[in-house]
Design a protein around this ligand. Sequence first.
Ligand code: SF4
Length: 362
Amino acid sequence: MAQQKTDILSLLPEQLEAEITAMGAPKFRAKQIFRQLHVKRVFDFTKMTELSKQFQAQLNDRFYINMPKIEQKLASCMDDTVKYLYRLSDGSCIETVRMVYHHGITACISTQVGCKMGCKFCASAPLGFIRNLTPAEMLGQIYGADADFPEAQQISSVVLMGIGEPLDNYENVMQFLRLLSCKDGRNLSLRHVTLSTCGLVPRILQLAEENLPLTLSVSLHCADNEKRDVLMPVNRRYPLDTLLDACGTYFQKTGRRVSFEYAVIAGENDSPAAAALLGRRLRPVFPKQRPHVNLIPVNPVAGTGFHAGHAAAFQKLLEQEGINATVRRTLGDDIKAACGQLRRDTIEKESVVSGIEGISGQ
Ligand code: SF4
């Protein structure tokens, strides 16, 4: 049974070496297998031709290769964005988006099947939480998208901003980051990785201790505690003062500035008063630097009642408050590139086919 076998794609070189030598094979075999998996991208033991047939069979008895499978691929007609729906070994599905920017190619990956955080503007929230992704399932999203394009168009940066809250799957995300940046494997510098959180304060402080060179991005979306309590229920546990204190600590410990995400929602968080409040809250966090906010017009998601606000107008208001703001280019509008929409549509279709009515409460 796959469950009783070890997920080999989630193992670091030293962990794989311990497993392989425990099977009585020499150390160099572990190096060969790691290279086959993470450099050559061979995901079938019987195709690892430098290994004997007998050893391939032993590996097959001991391990399984947990690669997500691309089930659906939507390519934008408006830009080069591609959205993948991956099917996992337990039948769950997740999304990954591949975006082309002038500075390179970015993959936005999922870290959980569903999410517990319940943000009101999010397509994933009503579907609830199923489970955490394994390191292999996170890495597999990148390997799958890499395999879909020529070598010169491989993914050069990764954002953990798809379905799920990365810091709610802390250990697996850390293991994924170690694998992603492993010199003998994918070898992608963590300087090209952005981890986005809705604000799990204890985990932000834990991440600060890891001192990784990644960029931490906090999904703020609102500077008013009462409104944020409603928009993002995580705020009831970790209100803005506590969250921004943690951002300041993160900066002091790592020397890396935290960036902030702000989905501009018409009539909710885009007024001059909202900009002034955001300025008052953010300026003290990094006293010697102007804070940076990424503005995104909120994605229209059925049932939320939210509409995109005027991001460029809000950007001007923020500049007056001493905040650097950039309006994020919206990519792949025609292919449902907003987080969780393709998965939500797929689950709704499957629910209809199997006779389950509706999706809420799952
Ligand atoms: S926006 Fe992110 S953290 Fe919030 S519910 Fe959606 S996936 Fe979870």
